[in-house]
Design a protein around this ligand. Structure first.
Ligand code: TPP
Length: 1220
C-alpha cells in the first residue's frame, strides 16, 4: 500500500518537474514528495514505475495538510513518510557537508519530453515511459527553481532596482545565509524567495534563457544570484519581458547579461566626466549669472546631457545623419549649448532683453528651436541636429517632431530610419499625464506614419511642478504608457553616470537594430524648485531636506574616478575651470550683441526656397485641358484588365460617372480635388493626404484607393500612376487621433515647402481634440518661431440636419484667431495687394463653393512664394450637388482662384434693380440660390459668395458694395449667430463701408439665433430653422409662387414614377453649369419643396437624380455606393478594353514600362530629385517594381491572421517592409 502511494507521489513529482504545476499548494506536495523520495531510496525502492496507479496530487496534498495539522490524523505509513524531512525545518538546521554536492546532470527536458510523448502514445494518459531515477528528482526540481529565479529577476528585477538617488523609494536589502546583502525580495522572487537561502554553493547548469554565464555553463547558486542582482537590481531596472518578440527579449538579455558587457574603459569614463562637467558647469554658470531668471535648470538630472551625447555619437557612427529632438523646458538651454552646440554667446544674448530686428512676436528662450549642422568630433561625421520649437503645452511637440522626422526621411529617401532619427525628451509627470503621448506612440508602427523607432528619454525628477508621483499617476512607473507599443524601458539611477551611459548605448543600438521605439527613464531629482524663482520646500519639505544633503552627481562621480585612478584631482579641477572659461568668454561676447533675430532660431530652414524669389508673385494656378483629361481619365478608370483587378460594382459605377463627367468636361468635388492633386504631382510636388478614412472619404466620395474584391489588401491608387516621373502621392488612413495626426502632418509640412500636406477631419468639429496643435502650432507658429507651414486642414462643415456634432468645423474659432486687423482698411491699390495680404496674415480661411475654386486654392498653396496654413471648410452635400460642379474652362490656364464670386445672373447684370445684396459663404449659397428662384427674386436679390474669408477680400467687397449702391446689405449664414463667419465679417464690412465717405449703409445679419450648441439634432427643428432663415432673406412665398411650386412637385413626382417604370439609366447627372461660375438658372422642371440641399435624401431607386435637387450625401456608409448600383444596370466592366481609353499623354498603365520608368531628374526643388521613396517611404526601386501598379499592402494586415492582433515578429524581421 505504501509503495502504491509512493508511486502516485512520484507521478505528482514528475508532473511538477515537467512544469505542469507551479502553484503554492503544489509546493507542499513537492516537499512531501522530497520526503517520500528520500524514504523510498532508503528502502531501496527504485523501480517505482511498476507501482503506478491513479492517485492524484490533490489527494496527497490533502493528506499532507492534514498531517501537518495533526500527524496522528493520517495513516502511520504517511506519518512516517511525511516526517522524514521538512524543508522548513531543514532551513533552520546547519547544512551537512554532503549537501554541497557536485552537480550531476539531471535527466531534465529530454526525460521529461520522453515522459510526455510516452504519455501521448499511451493514449489515455497512463504513461508508458520510464520515470527518472528518484535520485534525480531533486536535481530536476532545483533546476526548475533556478530557471524560475532567473526569470523572476529578468521580469521583475526592476522592482527591486536601486533607482532613486534620493533613496526615498528604494528596495530594502536583505541578508542571506552567506552574509550577502541582496535586493531581490518577495516582490521579485515570490514563491522562490526562501530558496535563495539554500544551496548557495551548489553548482547549477544555466538554462538557455540566460546569458549571465558567458562561456561558463555552470555556476553556483551564489554566483547566479550575485550576477542577477548586479544586472537587474542595481542602478538599472530593465522592463523588457513584456515584449512579445523573442528576438528582442533575447537581444536585450544578451546586452545586459553577458559578463563584461556593461564595462567601460578608462577613456570612456573620462569622457563621461568631461561631459558631465559641461552639463553641470552650464547650469552653474547660468545660476551664477542669472540667479532669478527662469531657465528650468537640469540640476539633479545633469547626466541627461552626456546620455543624449552618447546617443548622438553612437547613432552617427551607425549612419544617422540627422537627429531631431523634441523636448520641453527642462534642460533645454543645456541641450542647445552642449548637444546642438549653439554658440553659448547666442544663448546668453537671449538673457539680455534685446529687441528683435525681424518681424514676429518671438518666444521665451526655453521654447525656441535650433538647427545646427556640425562635425561630430567623436565620429568625424557631419550631423544635423534640430531641436523643434515648441509651445509650453507639454508633450504636444511629440507628433510634430515625428511628422517632421518622417518628412525628412521621405526627402532623403530614407526608407528605414537609418539616416534620420527622432529623440523625444519627456518630463515624468507629463509623460504619464498627457494623452498626446499615447496618441503619438500609436503612430510609431503605422506604415505611413512610422519613424522607424523613436528614442524616448525621460528626465525624471520625481516631481511635476509641485505634484508628487503618487498624486500624478496611477501606474507604477511614469513610463508605463510605452508598454502599449512593446517598447523596452530602461530605468536608471541618475547618480550612476556609467549606468546611464550604458543605457544610452543600449537604446541607440536597439533602435538601430529593430527600428522600434525604446525608452530610457533617467531617475534623478530636481535640485531647485520648478523654476529658479520657485520655493520647493513649500510642497516637498522632506524631499528637499534630503536633496540639500546630497552631493551633486558630478562631485560624486569625480570622487569615484579619482579613487579609481581614472583622473587626478587636478585634472578634474582643470576640466571644471576650462569650461567656466568657455562660459565666461561667451558671456563677454554676448554683451557685444545689440539686437537679436528671431530667424536665427529657426528649426526648419528651407534653403533655396526664399532666395532669389519674388515672394509677392502669385503664379498662375490653371492647367491645360490636356492635363485635366489625362488626370480625369486615369482617375475615372479601373486598373487595366491584364491586372485582373476586381473592383466593387459600386465603385465601377462611380468611375463610370467620372468618365461621363470627363467627357462632358465638367468636374464635381472629387474630380476637382483630383485635378489639383494630379497636376501638382505632375509638377513634382509631393502630395500627402492624411486623416481618418481619407482614402475613401468620410462621405464615400473620394475613392482614391480601390480595393480588390477577391484578394485581401490588394489595392490600386490611380493618382499615384498618372505620369511616369510624377512625385509620389501618399493618401493614408490615419489612426483615430486628431491631435497626434494633425500635429504629425503639421510637422511633415514644416520639413519642406515642396509638398502639399493635407489633414482632413472626419467631421469638422473633431478638430476640437486637436485644438492645442491648432492654437499653439498652426495659428501662431510663424509668429512665434518664424517658421512657415503650408499645411491644409479640410474640415467638413455645413448644416444638413445631422445633429450638433457633425455640422460645424467651428469656423468662428479659426476666424477669431486670424490676425488681420478688422479696423484697418488695407492698401487695396497696391499691385501686390493680394499676395501681401496673404503673406501678412497668420493663416488662410476659406469656405469654398465650387470644385474649381478648391482646385485653384489647393494649387495656390504651393504656387505662393511663401507658405501659409490653409483652413478650408469642406462641403458634405455639395460633394454630389449637381450645381456644385465646375466646367473644365474654370480650371484652365485663363482661370484662377476666386476670393469672391459675384452674382453673374440677372441681378449681377442689372445691378441698379437689385434691392438686396446678400453676402454669404459656402454651402448656404446653394440654398439661397434655389430659394431665390422659388421666390422669383432673381432680379432683385444679388447673391455674392465670399470664398476666402480670411484674409478678408476688402478690394472685391468694396467693388460689390459700389456695384449695388441702393441695395440693402445682408450677411446670410446657416450657422448660429455666435458661430460661422458673422462676428468676423461684420467689423470688416463696417471698415469697408466706412472707407467710402458717401456710404451710409451697414450690413445686417440673417441666420439662426445664437446657440451654445452648433446645431439641432432634431430634423424638424432643423427644417423650421432653415425656413426662418429663408424667410428672413426672401420674405414669405407669395400665393402664386406657392401654387406654382406645388404644381412643379406634382409634375416631378409623376415623372419620377414614370422613370421608375422605365429602364433606369446609368448616365449620371452631370449638368455643367453654364454662364461662368454662377450656377445655371434654376431648372424649369418641378422642384421639391425642401429636401433640396439641407435634408439628406436619396433619389428614388432606379430613378434619375432630380434636376436641381441635392442628392443626399452618403455620409457614413460605403455600402451606399453599392446600393446605388442597379443590379441590372450595364455594369462598367473594368476588364473591357473599351474601359481603358486614354488620352495620348497618359502613360500606358502596363507593368513593364512602369517598371523601368525613370524618375525625371530635371526639377530641383521638388521631390523628384531625391531618391524618392515609392510611396511615402518605400525605396525608389520598390516604386518602379513591376508589382507596384497594383499594390499589396503590408502583410501585417493580412487576412490570414486575426485582424485583432499584430504579429510582433513581422516588422522586426523586415524593418523595411513596403508600405502601401
Ligand atoms: C499641457 C500643459 N499643462 C500644464 C502645464 C504647466 N506645467 C508646466 S511644467 C509642469 C510640470 C511638468 O512636470 P514634468 O513633466 O515632470 O517635468 P518637469 O518640469 O518636472 O521637468 C506643468 C504642470 C503645461 N506647461 N502644459
Amino acid at each position: 500500500m505504501n509503495q502504491c502511494r509512493l508511486r502516485s507521489l512520484v507521478r505528482v513529482r514528475r508532473s511538477l518537474a515537467l512544469g505542469l504545476r507551479a502553484t503554492d499548494h503544489h509546493i507542499l506536495a513537492r516537499q512531501a514528495l522530497r520526503t517520500i523520495q528520500t524514504t523510498a531510496q532508503g528502502r531501496g525502492v527504485h523501480d517505482l514505475d511498476s507501482f503506478a496507479n491513479g492517485c492524484s496530487a490533490a489527494y496527497i496534498e490533502g493528506l499532507y495538510n492534514k498531517w501537518k495539522r495533526n500527524p496522528k490524523s493520517v495513516d502511520e505509513s504517511w506519518n512516517e513518510l511525511f516526517s522524514g524531512d521538512d524543508r522548513t525545518t531543514a532551513k533552520r538546521r546547519p547544512l551537512p557537508a554532503s549537501h554541497f554536492r557536485k552537480y550531476r546532470r539531471p535527466p531534465v527536458e529530454r526525460t521529461a519530453m520522453k515522459a510526455r510523448s510516452g504519455a501521448r502514445t499511451a493514449s489515455g494518459g497512463a504513461s508508458a515511459a520510464p520515470a527518472a531515477p528518484p535520485s534525480d528528482w531533486k536535481n530536476i526540481d532545483d533546476h526548475h527553481v533556478i530557471q524560475a529565479i532567473i526569470r523572476a529577476y529578468q521580469s521583475r528585477g526592476h522592482l527591486a532596482a536601486d533607482l532613486d538617488p534620493l533613496g526615498i523609494v528604494g528596495p530594502k536589502k536583505l541578508k542571506s545565509v552567506d552574509g550577502t546583502h541582496r535586493h531581490a525580495a518577495r516582490e521579485v522572487l515570490r514563491q522562490h524567495y526562501s530558496y535563495i537561502f539554500n544551496d548557495l554553493n551548489t553548482m547549477f547548469k544555466l538554462p538557455s534563457s540566460t546569458m549571465i554565464g558567458g562561456d561558463q555553463e555552470f555556476l553556483t547558486l551564489k554566483e547566479i544570484l550575485d550576477r542577477l542582482e548586479r544586472i537587474y537590481c542595481g542602478h538599472i531596472g530593465v522592463e523588457y519581458m513584456q515584449i512579445t518578440s523573442l528576438t528582442k527579449t533575447n537581444w536585450i538579455r544578451d546586452r545586459f547579461e553577458k559578463p563584461g558587457g556593461l564595462d567601460l574603459t578608462k577613456e570612456e569614463k573620462k569622457l563621461i566626466l568631461e561631459r558631465l562637467t559641461r552639463s553641470t558647469g552650464f547650469e552653474n554658470f547660468l545660476a551664477k549669472k542669472f540667479s532669478s531668471e527662469k531657465r528650468f535648470g537640469l540640476e539633479g538630472c545633469d547626466i541627461m546631457i552626456p546620455c543624449i551625447k552618447e546617443v548622438v555619437d553612437r547613432a552617427t557612427k551607425q549612419g544617422v545623419e540627422s537627429i531631431l529632438i523634441g523636448m520641453a523646458h527642462r534642460g533645454r538651454l543645456n541641450v542647445l549649448a552642449n548637444i546642438c552646440r549653439k554658440p553659448i554667446a547666442d544663448i546668453l544674448s537671449q538673457f539680455h532683453g534685446l529687441k528683435a530686428t525681424d518681424s514676429g512676436s518671438g518666444d521665451v528662450k526655453y521654447h525656441l528651436g535650433v538647427f545646427q549642422e556640425r562635425l561630430n568630433r567623436q565620429t568625424n561625421r557631419m550631423v544635423r541636429i534640430t531641436v523643434v520649437a515648441n509651445p509650453s503645452h507639454l508633450e504636444h511637440v511629440n507628433p510634430v517632431l515625428l511628422g517632421k522626422a518622417r518628412a525628412e526621411m521621405f526627402q532623403r529617401g530614407d526608407t528605414c530610419g537609418s539616416k534620420v532619427m527622432p529623440i523625444i525628451i519627456h518630463g515624468d509627470a507629463s509623460f504619464s499625464g498627457q494623452g498626446v503621448v499615447y496618441e503619438s506612440m500609436h503612430l510609431s508602427d503605422l506604415p505611413s506614419y512610422t519613424t522607424y523607432g523613436t528614442i524616448h528619454i525621460v528626465s525624471n525628477n520625481q516631481v511635476g511642478f509641485t505634484t508628487d508621483p503618487r498624486f500624478s499617476r496611477s501606474s507604477r512607473y511614469c513610463t508605463d504608457v510605452a508598454k502599449v507599443v512593446n517598447a523596452p524601458i530602461l530605468h536608471v539611477n541618475a547618480d550612476d553616470p556609467e549606468a546611464c551611459i550604458q543605457c544610452a548605448r543600449i537604446v541607440t543600438d536597439y533602435r538601430t537594430r529593430f527600428r522600434k521605439d525604446v525608452v530610457i527613464d533617467i531617475v534623478g531629482y530636481r535640485r531647485n524648485g520648478h523654476n529658479e524663482a520657485d520655493e520647493p520646500m513649500f510642497t516637498q519639505p522632506l524631499m528637499y531636506q534630503r536633496i540639500r544633503k546630497l552631493k551633486p552627481c558630478l562631485q560624486l562621480y569625480a570622487e569615484k574616478l579619482i579613487k579609481e585612478g581614472v583622473v587626478t584631482d587636478s585634472e578634474f579641477k582643470a576640466m571644471v575651470s576650462n569650461y567656466e572659461k568657455i562660459c565666461e568668454d561667451a558671456w563677454t561676447k554676448s554683451k557685444a550683441v545689440k539686437s537679436i533675430k528671431y530667424s536665427s532660431w529657426i528649426d526648419s530652414p528651407w534653403p533655396g526656397f526664399f532666395e532669389g524669389r519674388d515672394r509677392l508673385k502669385l503664379c498662375p494656378t490653371g492647367v491645360s485641358t490636356d492635363t485635366l483629361k489625362t488626370i480625369g481619365e486615369m482617375f475615372s478608370t479601373p486598373p487595366p484588365s491584364e491586372h485582373k483587378f476586381e473592383a466593387h460594382k459600386g465603385i465601377l459605377r462611380i468611375l463610370a460617372q467620372r468618365t461621363q463627367m470627363v467627357q462632358d468636361k465638367v468636374a464635381d468635388w472629387s474630380l476637382g480635388e483630383a485635378f489639383a492633386f494630379g497636376s501638382l504631382l505632375k509638377e513634382g510636388i509631393h502630395v500627402r493626404l492624411s486623416g481618418q478614412d481619407v482614402e475613401r472619404g468620410t462621405f464615400s466620395h473620394r475613392h482614391h484607393v480601390l480595393h480588390h474584391q477577391k484578394e485581401d489588401k490588394v489595392v490600386y491608387n490611380s493618382l499615384d500612376h498618372l505620369y511616369p516621373d510624377q512625385a509620389p502621392y501618399s493618401v493614408c488612413n490615419s489612426s483615430l487621433s486628431e491631435c497626434a495626426v494633425l500635429g504629425f502632418e503639421h510637422g511633415y509640412s514644416m520639413a519642406s515647402p515642396h509638398a502639399l500636406v493635407i489633414w482632413e477631419g472626419q467631421f469638422g468639429d473633431f478638430c476640437n481634440t486637436a485644438q492645442c496643435i491648432i492654437d499653439t502650432f498652426i495659428a501662431s507658429g510663424e509668429t512665434k518661431w518664424v517658421r512657415q507651414s503650408g499645411v491644409v486642414m479640410l474640415l467638413p462643415h455645413s448644416m444638413e440636419g445631422m445633429g450638433p456634432e457633425h455640422s460645424s468645423g467651428r469656423m468662428e474659432r479659426f476666424l477669431q484667431m486670424s490676425d488681420d486687423d478688422p479696423d484697418v482698411y488695407p492698401d487695396t491699390c497696391d499691385a501686390d495687394f493680394v499676395a501681401r495680404q496673404l503673406m501678412s496674415v497668420n493663416w488662410i480661411v476659406t469656405n469654398l463653393s465650387t470644385p474649381a475654386n478648391l482646385f485653384h486654392c489647393l494649387r495656390r498653396q504651393v504656387n505662393m512664394g511663401f507658405r501659409k496654413p490653409l483652413i478650408n471648410f469642406s462641403p458634405k452635400s455639395l460633394l454630389r450637388h449637381p450645381l456644385a460642379r465646375s466646367p473644365f474652362k474654370d480650371f484652365n490656364e485663363c482661370s484662377s482662384f476666386q476670393r469672391l464670386i459675384p452674382d453673374k445672373g440677372p441681378a449681377g447684370k442689372k445691378p441698379e434693380g437689385v434691392k438686396k445684396l446678400v453676402f454669404c459663404s459656402g454651402k448656404v449659397y446653394y440654398d439661397l440660390f434655389k430659394e431665390r428662384d422659388d421666390h422669383q427674386q432673381v432680379e432683385t436679390v444679388a447673391l455674392v459668395r465670399v470664398e476666402q474669408l480670411c484674409p478678408f477680400p476688402y478690394d472685391l467687397i468694396s467693388q460689390q458694395l459700389e456695384l449695388y449702391p441702393k441695395a440693402e446689405l445682408l450677411w446670410a449664414q446657416e450657422e448660429h449667430k455666435n458661430n460661422g463667419g458673422w462676428f468676423y465679417v461684420q467689423p470688416r464690412f463696417d471698415t469697408a463701408l466706412l472707407k467710402n465717405e458717401n456710404e451710409s449703409r451697414c450690413i445686417s445679419y440673417r441666420g439662426r439665433p445664437p446657440s451654445s450648441s452648433p446645431a439641432t439634432g432634431n430634423k424638424v427643428q432643423h427644417y423650421s430653422e432653415y425656413k426662418a432663415l429663408i424667410k428672413s432673406v426672401f420674405g414669405e412665398l407669395t400665393p402664386e409662387n406657392k401654387k406654382r411650386l406645388e404644381e412643379q412637385i406634382k409634375k416631378q413626382q409623376a415623372k419620377a414614377k414614370a422613370d421608375a417604370q422605365s429602364k433606369p439609366s446609368t448616365k449620371p447627372p452631370s449638368t455643367p453649369p453654364k454662364g461662368g461660375s454662377t450656377p445655371p438658372p434654376a431648372p424649369t422642371g418641378p422642384q421639391p419643396r425642401k429636401p433640396l440641399i439641407s435634408m439628406p435624401s436619396r433619389p428614388p431607386r432606379g430613378g434619375k437624380q432630380r434636376s436641381g435637387s441635392a442628392p443626399a450625401p452618403d455620409l457614413v456608409d460605403e455600402a451606399s455606393a453599392a446600393r446605388n448600383t442597379e443590379p441590372d444596370s450595364p455594369a462598367h466592366d473594368g476588364a473591357s478594353p473599351s474601359a481603358w481609353k486614354r488620352s495620348g499623354s497618359a502613360p500606358a498603365p502596363s507593368l513593364a514600362p512602369r517598371a523601368s520608368a525613370p524618375r525625371s531628374p530635371s526639377k530641383a526643388q521638388t521631390y523628384r530629385n531625391p531618391p524618392s521613396p515609392a510611396h511615402d517611404g518605400a525605396a525608389p526601386s520598390t516604386r518602379q517594381d513591376s508589382s507596384e501598379f497594383i499594390k499589396r499592402r503590408p502583410a501585417k494586415d493580412s487576412g490570414s491572421r486575426s485582424r485583432t492582433q499584430k504579429n510582433p515578429e513581422e516588422s522586426e524581421l523586415d524593418p523595411t517592409r513596403p508600405e502601401h
